[in-house]
Ligand binder design. Structure first.
Ligand code: CP
Ligand code: NVA
Length: 309
């Protein structure tokens, strides 16, 4: 049983399948889950901006009867005004769980080590687990798992790709990625995903040529080339990623009707063109919607298991 969600590796294959099923139920019958979090307060410790993660978690918690306190970078100055472990032990006395968005993944694991209730990773430099779960929920809504969809990720080997690879590995799914040589996914996470894939039958393939990654794919996924916190590298990254853009020419190399995915926010004209993100096969807003349902499912699971107290 998972008591925090910091990495997709905290979840078993079975737990991922159950979360996807529970999220589908929540999506169909939100009224049935109205009072589950009554009297529970959650903290949002966010070192970076957010639209989807913040608002979908907050709306989800309110809709299930709970309350939230947003703590932005200027509020508690985590690790600057006070050590992470001290903040964790104090907030443990007030809150039933926290959702964290940090620069360093270490900050979240350190916090978890001193906080006795659930900690959920709302994005770190290493992973974006809630996003990847919502993405697979969306993909399976459009191409059922039984049809064995092939997901092709084109762009930066970043937090989003790391989590997508782990979900694919755990679900026995097929994922391909194309990244520039210098921007491969995290080697430890890639190895972990490949080790899991040996047991589940998942297929994880890496390329440098986007055309190879998208050939025969059911969905093409991309994310920004310049992630939050990388602004100083902007000029260099834009140069290093030339040829990695998801445009009409690349889309034509995939299956007819290939789905277009993006975690958003998007930088139109950089990693994706306006016509592709706005095309009729784009499911980017379905992915964004499913963030709400999957996050409610995560909280429900943790509540049912007694981890939220
Ligand atoms: N996709 C995503 O996490 O969006 P936000 O940065 O707006 O939360
Ligand atoms: N890779 C992006 C994802 C944003 C949701 C970032 O870390 O900024």
């Amino acid at each position: 049983m998972f008591s925090s969600l910091i990495s997709i590796n905290d979840l078993s294959s079975e737990e991922i399948r159950k979360l996807l099923e529970l999220a589908a139920e929540v999506k169909k019958r939100p009224q049935d889950f109205r009072n589950v979090l009554e009297g529970r307060m959650f903290g949002f410790i966010f070192e970076k901006p957010s639209t989807r993660t913040w608002v979908s978690f907050q709306a989800g918690i309110f809709s299930m009867g709970g309350g939230v306190i947003y703590l932005g970078p200027e509020d508690i100055k985590l690790g600057i005004r006070e050590e992470v472990r001290d903040v964790a032990r104090v907030l443990n006395r007030y809150l039933s769980g926290v959702i964290m968005r940090t620069f360093s993944h270490w900050t979240i694991t350190e916090f978890r080590d001193y906080f006795e209730k659930p900690v959920i990773n709302g994005l770190s430099d290493k992973e974006h687990p809630c996003q990847a779960l919502a993405d697979y929920m969306t993909l399976y809504e459009k191409v059922p798992a039984a049809q064995d969809p092939v997901l092709a990720f084109v762009g930066d080997g970043n937090n989003v790709l790391n989590s997508l690879m782990l979900v694919a590995a755990k679900l026995g799914a097929k994922i391909r990625y194309a990244t520039p040589k210098k921007y491969q996914p995290d080697p430890k996470i890639l190895k972990a995903a490949k080790d899991i894939a040996k047991k589940t039958g998942a297929v994880i393939e890496g390329f440098q040529d986007p055309a190879k990654a998208v050939a025969g794919a059911d969905a093409i996924y991309t994310d920004v080339w310049v992630s939050m916190g990388e602004e100083a590298m902007r000029k260099k990254k834009l140069k290093d990623f030339s040829g990695m853009r998801v445009d009409k020419k690349l889309v034509q190399k995939a299956k007819p009707g290939v789905l277009i995915m993006h975690c958003l926010p998007a930088h139109r004209g950089e990693e994706i063109t306006e016509d592709v993100i706005e095309s009729k096969n784009s499911i980017v807003f379905d992915e964004a919607e499913n963030r709400l349902h999957i996050q409610k499912a995560i909280l429900l699971h943790l509540s049912n298991e007694g981890a939220i107290r």
